[in-house]
Design a protein around this ligand. Structure first.
Ligand code: BG6
Length: 364
């Protein structure tokens, strides 16, 4: 049941601090400032051979993969990218033996992801799984993997599984990094940041009332933009996905830097923008984009970090606690779940079972 929550989605959002504790449990190695991922079934020598990482998943799992690819590339300095599994398997991809392929899936049963894994194996690729459902088809097909331990997820819109996917990629990235050039000091910094996540998520969830009020300002708009840059971009994509899945409003994600190359033409009083503005090296540039939006009377919701001075007074500000920069996508995603949830609730939709969608698509 929903444990006293009105919907499974709400229950699963609330479970995130515990879900994150579970995916971290037993995996943090304080002695060597790294992580232990026994399920990979590959030793350090094998893991050092990889020169590229390719992540495959569908829907929210693909967006988690985008955040994961950035994390891995930034930290381990291995070129990494994510691609929808549904496309990969149809385009006769070149399979390289020094590429680590990673399949990411909550259910472990998504047909497109499963067939991508089978195609990879058929061509001799090494593929690991970041999977939530233990013993699922994808988990069984992979050469090894990292179980996400989010627990069962019922709502179609993924929340706790998605968060744990991002944590799973952080663990994988830290592991790949520490057998390369990431220093023990950086390892310690990230271990501490990972350990702090559950309480930081609790802090964000405690602001639900404010998020519900902000959702009210968005729910009536026929169309919205979600924008972010670099680490903020997968957050924007996932935010837009969640919003359209359950509110049935048109929501589109762009890189903030691309606004001026096209989409700005649509910005005005009827088109709100949800901007992801981390306290990072792109802050000033992001603030410039906010000015462009307010200058055109575009309503703004800004998801940012505690203590950031935005310089725009008309925006609704949602601030999350600061983490280490590499982990920014994790906490910035959480408020967007509650924005989508409360918008869908206000619009009277079936939050847990949105029209036209299934929790896991096990057919072609
Ligand atoms: C979709 C679901 O079809 O499958 C999404 O509607 C989900 O919510 C996607 O993100 C991928 O599912 P999984 O189980 O492979 O993570």
């Amino acid at each position: 049941g929903t444990d006293g929550h009105r919907h499974f989605m709400h229950k699963e959002i609330a479970e995130q601090p515990d879900a994150v504790r579970r995916v971290l449990k037993g995996r943090l190695d304080e002695r060597f400032q790294t992580v232990r991922l026994g399920g990979l079934e590959m030793d350090a020598r094998e893991m050092r051979e990889f020169r590229r990482v390719k992540i495959l998943g569908c829907g929210s799992a693909y967006y988690a993969g985008q955040a994961g690819a950035q994390f891995i590339e930034e930290l381990a300095r291995i070129p990494a990218d994510a691609e929808p599994a549904s496309e990969f398997r149809y385009r006769n991809p070149v399979i390289e033996k020094d590429t680590l392929y990673v399949a990411v899936s909550q259910s472990g049963e998504t047909y497109d992801t499963l067939v991508a894994v089978q195609e990879l194996k058929r061509k001799g690729g090494r593929v690991i799984g970041l999977v939530n459902a233990v013993g699922s088809s994808i988990a069984r097909e992979c050469d090894g993997g990292v179980y996400l331990h989010a627990g069962p997820e019922v709502a179609v819109a993924s929340t706790k599984a998605l968060t744990n996917m991002m944590v799973g990629f952080a663990l994988l990235g830290l592991h790949l990094g520490r057998i390369r050039d990431v220093s023990p000091a950086d390892g310690r910094r990230l271990l501490q940041a990972l350990t702090a996540l559950p309480e930081q998520i609790e802090t964000i969830l405690a602001d639900e009332e404010q998020l519900a009020a902000v959702a009210k300002t968005l729910a009536q708009a026929p169309s919205l933009f979600f924008v972010g840059r670099t680490r903020g971009f997968p957050v924007a994509r996932e935010g837009a996905q969640k919003f359209k899945e359950i509110s049935y409003r048109h929501a589109e994600a762009y890189q903030t830097s691309e606004l001026k190359h096209g989409p700005l033409a649509l910005v005005g009083p009827d088109l709100p923008t949800v901007a992801i503005v981390p306290d990072d090296e792109l802050l000033d540039r992001n603030l410039g984009a906010l000015q462009e939006i307010t200058a055109r009377s575009g309503p703004l919701v800004v998801v940012t970090h505690d203590g950031v001075d935005l310089g725009v007074t008309s925006a609704h500000v949602v601030a999350v606690p600061k983490s280490e920069p590499e982990l920014d996508p994790l906490l910035l995603t959480i408020p967007l779940q509650l924005l989508a949830y409360h918008a869908a609730l206000l619009l009277g939709h079936d939050v847990d079972k949105p029209r036209n969608l299934a929790k896991s698509v096990t057919v072609e």
